[in-house]
Ligand binder design. Structure first.
Ligand code: SF4
Length: 471
C-alpha cells in the first residue's frame, strides 16, 4: 500500500460536506428504487442465480463466443478490430477517424473509452470530441473523471452545473432551474450531433449469435450517436459478450433495475451491422473495437475470473459505506467503488492501484447487491493477500505482522508480549481506550474506539483467584 494516494484523496473528500451529502442522497435514492424494482419483479434471487450462471458460462467459453460474434459482425458488413491494450485501441480509433478526415466525434457514455483516454488522444490530433450523455457532458466541461459508473456527475449541484454551462457559452442570465439547464444542454448537443463525422458508443452487451450491439440509455443520445454520423465506432471490453438474445432477456431484467431501479431504460437499442440498402438511417461504416486492456489477466484464474462477469450496473457503489463517504474521485481510477477496488488492480498490475482493496470495510454489502453474484468481498481479501505476497506493503506493516506472528506462535512469547504491551500502552491510553495521534495507530484510533488492554489478563486473574482458593 502506498502512502499519500488513496488516504490523502479520501481525507480531502471527507472534508467536502457537499460531496458527501450529494453522494449519500443519490445513492440512497438508487438503493431504494432498486429494492422496489427487484421486489416488483419477484424471485430476485432466482434471477441473480440465472444471470450468474449465464455470465460464468460465457466467460468460460469467451474465445468461442468472441470469435462467433466477430464472424457475425463481419457477415453483416461491420468491421472488427482486436486491441491488446489501451494504446493499441486508441491507435485503431485514431486511424479510423483519420481515414474519415473527421473533425468532430460525438460520444455516448462508455467506461472502456475512459480507460483508453481516447478523448485526450483525439484532441491532440485536433479532433473535437463531444460527450453527449448529459452527465458526461458536464464532467467533460469540468475536466474531471466520472465519479460513478452510472451517474458520472453525482457530486455536482445545479449551481455548479450552471457555472460550467455559462463558461461554455450559455447566456449569463441562465438560471439553475433543471428545465433551463436541460434546454441549454439539448440545444448545444443537437448542433454537435448534426455536424459530427463519427459517432462513438460503448456496448452494454454484444450478442454472439447475431453480431448485435446492445445499448441501454435514458437520454436518446446513444441513438443519435449511432445513427446520424456516417461512421460508428463501438468500443467494447472483450467480456461484454452474451451468447444469445434469450440471455439478454435475463440481463435486461437485472441491469436497469440494479442500476437505476427502472424496469427498463427509456431506450434499449440493438444495432446489427451498418446501414443496409433501403434503410433510412444508420452509419455507412460500423467498426467494433474489442479491447482486452488487462482483461485476460484474471481470465483462467479461478479466484479472480468472476470479475469479468460484471455488467457495470454500479449497484455495489451505492451500498458501499466507503464509496458513500468518499465518492468516486478518491479512488483515483476510472472505476470507483468496490468494483473499481477489485478491477483496477487486476487490469492494471500497478502498485498505484494496489492500495484500492484497502478501501473497504469488508462488510459484504457489495456481494449482496451484485446482480450477477460476484464475490467482491473474497476478491478484496485475496488482493490484499496478493499484495503481501508481492511485497507491496509498507516496511512497518511487514515488521508488525512478523512480530505478531512470532509472539503468537508460543504461549510463553504471547504472555511476555501481552505484559510488555500492557506496560507500553500507558503512553497512549486515555481511560479505557487507546488514543494515538501519531504513527500507524492513529489510522485506527482517529475514528474508532480501540479498547485498552485490561490491567490484568484472564489467566493472571484466574491464577490469582486460584491461589487464594476462590475458584
Ligand atoms: S460488480 Fe456487480 S454490482 Fe458492481 S458494477 Fe459489477 S455487476 Fe454491478
Amino acid at each position: 500500500m502506498t502512502d499519500g494516494g488513496l488516504v490523502a484523496r479520501s481525507r480531502q473528500a471527507l472534508q467536502d460536506e457537499f460531496l458527501r451529502a450529494a453522494v449519500r442522497f443519490t445513492t440512497d435514492r438508487l438503493k431504494g428504487r432498486k429494492r422496489a424494482a427487484s421486489d416488483q419483479l419477484g424471485h430476485w434471487e432466482a434471477w441473480r442465480e440465472q444471470a450468474r450462471a449465464i455470465r460464468e458460462h460465457t466467460i468460460q467459453h469467451l474465445d468461442y463466443y468472441l470469435s462467433q460474434f466477430a464472424q457475425r459482425v463481419r457477415e453483416r458488413g461491420g468491421q472488427v478490430h482486436f486491441a491488446r491494450d489501451g494504446e493499441e485501441a486508441a491507435g485503431i480509433i485514431e486511424r479510423i477517424v483519420a481515414e474519415q478526415s473527421a473533425r468532430r466525434v460525438v460520444k455516448s457514455k462508455s467506461m472502456v473509452s475512459e480507460e483508453i483516454h481516447i478523448n485526450a488522444r483525439l484532441a491532440q490530433r485536433g479532433v473535437e470530441v463531444v460527450e453527449t450523455d448529459l452527465g458526461e457532458f458536464i464532467i467533460q466541461l469540468a475536466g474531471e473523471m466520472p465519479s460513478h459508473i452510472i451517474m458520472p456527475c453525482i457530486h455536482k449541484n445545479r449551481q455548479q452545473i450552471r457555472e460550467l454551462f455559462v463558461r461554455d457559452g450559455a447566456d449569463p442570465s441562465l438560471g439553475t432551474d433543471t428545465q433551463e439547464l436541460l434546454a441549454y444542454a439539448r440545444r448545444r448537443l443537437r448542433e454537435k450531433f448534426l455536424t459530427a463525422d463519427v459517432g462513438m458508443t460503448g456496448c452494454n452487451f454484444a450478442i454472439a449469435e447475431t453480431g448485435s450491439i446492445v445499448l441501454f440509455t435514458n437520454e436518446g443520445n446513444g441513438r443519435m450517436v449511432s445513427s446520424l454520423p456516417r461512421t460508428h465506432i463501438v468500443t467494447m471490453g472483450m467480456e461484454r459478450i452474451l451468447p444469445t438474445f434469450a440471455d439478454l432477456e435475463v440481463m435486461a431484467n437485472l441491469l436497469p433495475r440494479s442500476a437505476t431501479g427502472q424496469k427498463l431504460t427509456a431506450y434499449m437499442s440493438v444495432i446489427t451491422g451498418p446501414r443496409r440498402p433501403g434503410e433510412v438511417d444508420g452509419p455507412e461504416e460500423l467498426h467494433v473495437v474489442i479491447i482486452d486492456n488487462g482483461r485476460s489477466k484474471p481470465l483462467g484464474d479461478p479466484e479472480f475470473q468472476p470479475i469479468l462477469h460484471c455488467i457495470r450496473c454500479g449497484a455495489c457503489l451505492n451500498v458501499c459505506p466507503v464509496y458513500r463517504h468518499i465518492g468516486g474521485h478518491a479512488y483515483g481510477s476510472v472505476y470507483p467503488g468496490p468494483i473499481g477496488a477489485v478491477l483496477s488492480p487486476l487490469l492494471w498490475d500497478d502498485p498505484t492501484y494496489a492500495e484500492l482493496p484497502y478501501a473497504s470495510s469488508l462488510c459484504g454489502a457489495c456481494d449482496e447487491a451484485c446482480p450477477v453474484k460476484i464475490p467482491l468481498h473474497d476478491m478484496l481479501v485475496a488482493l490484499r493477500r496478493r499484495n503481501v505476497e508481492r511485497g507491496w506493503v509498507k516496511a512497518g506493516e511487514r515488521s508488525a505482522f512478523r512480530a505478531f506472528a512470532w509472539a503468537f506462535a508460543r504461549p510463553g512469547r504471547y504472555r511476555i508480549a501481552m505484559r510488555t504491551a500492557r506496560r507500553g500502552q500507558v503512553l497512549v491510553r486515555r481511560g479505557d481506550v487507546i488514543r494515538s495521534r501519531l504513527g500507524p495507530l492513529a489510522g485506527w484510533t482517529v475514528s474508532r474506539d480501540f479498547p485498552a488492554l485490561a490491567r490484568e489478563s484472564f489467566r493472571e486473574r484466574y491464577a490469582r483467584l486460584k491461589n487464594r482458593g476462590e475458584v
